[in-house]
Design a protein around this ligand. Structure first.
Ligand code: PLP
Length: 280
């Protein structure tokens, strides 16, 4: 149905409480990227917030169909999936057991190869003011939007988040840095979203013989960064050329970033066989 015809009740708990979770999945010319990984993360998010949704096994068929009816199969596109706890009177405790979760899915076209992937972005840093379950892909994104807005107002492309003297992640991407020839990224924990792109990049590093370690990156190490980049479904791999106005090394995308971008590009945009571009 056309999105301007779709109706969601104002009594939906997603509207009142941001009581829901979501996923964004990329499709490269009709081929989904790591669909099963996204589905697993959605399952984990639903379990974490105790939303009982029984339709996960049908999602791939529905998403493929939505791509089709929106004539997006020959383009690069994304799918947004949101599941909330459903429609119920506004009381804090969970609604009656028979309340059905609300499922909303929409497809949208994505640009092929945005400029930032080539030239990189500048970022700002801010305190990580989010909750302590950042591993849950919750629709409650007010801290993320407020922090990203600050970046946008300073013509920066992302905002790096700092907790206890370490970079956790950014408002809608994970952070990776290169120091002494090695790639570093924050370990999986409650402090970051376990990014699917992050996982793929870690895998690519292993395959290409690039050494990688998952450990917190201290802000005091910033001057040691030889390269820095962000990863995300929409962003893929974007070089970071300056942090709070100070250039990262020579202020240009570095060789490790380029190598990883090239390999990522080969996997995703390349003519690989199969319906889903998974990278297991
Ligand atoms: N971290 C946050 C806070 C995000 O919102 C996102 C994506 O939206 C990511 C990381 C990157 O995750 P993925 O690579 O699965 O898109």
């Amino acid at each position: 149905m056309a999105s301007d015809k779709a109706a969601i009740s104002p009594e939906d708990r997603g509207f009142y409480f941001a009581d829901g979770v979501y996923e964004v999945i990329k499709y490269y010319k009709g081929r989904s990227f790591c669909f099963e990984d996204h589905l697993l993360r959605l399952r984990n998010s639903l379990d974490a917030v105790r939303i009982e949704f029984s339709g996960l096994h049908e999602l791939r068929k529905i998403c493929d169909n939505i791509m089709d009816v929106n004539h997006l199969k020959s383009k690069h596109a994304g799918i947004y999936i949101q599941i909330t706890r459903g429609v119920a009177p506004r009381v804090h405790r969970f609604p009656a057991k028979d309340t059905s979760p609300t499922l909303y899915i929409r497809a949208f076209e994505l640009p092929g190869y945005p400029n930032e992937m080539q030239h990189g972005i500048r970022v700002i840093t801010r305190m990580d003011i989010r909750w302590l379950r950042c591993d849950v892909k919750s629709i409650a994104l007010l801290p993320n939007t407020l922090l990203f807005q600050e970046a946008a107002e300073q013509n920066a492309g992302e905002c790096f988040l700092i907790r206890d003297g370490c970079f956790t992640e950014a408002t809608h991407s994970n952070i990776m840095v290169v120091m002494g020839g090695k790639v570093y990224t924050h370990p999986d924990s409650n402090l970051i979203l376990p990014g699917i792109t992050r996982k793929v990049v870690i895998r690519i590093c292993h395959d290409l013989g690039i050494s990688i370690a998952e450990r917190p990156i201290k802000t005091e190490e910033t001057d040691l960064f030889k390269e820095c980049f962000i990863t995300g479904t929409g962003s893929e791999i974007i070089p970071v050329v300056s942090i709070d106005g100070r250039p990262v090394a020579d202020g240009k995308a570095g060789p490790v970033t380029r190598k990883l971008q090239n390999e990522f590009f080969r996997i995703t945009y390349g003519e690989l066989a199969g319906e889903d571009v998974s990278y297991e």
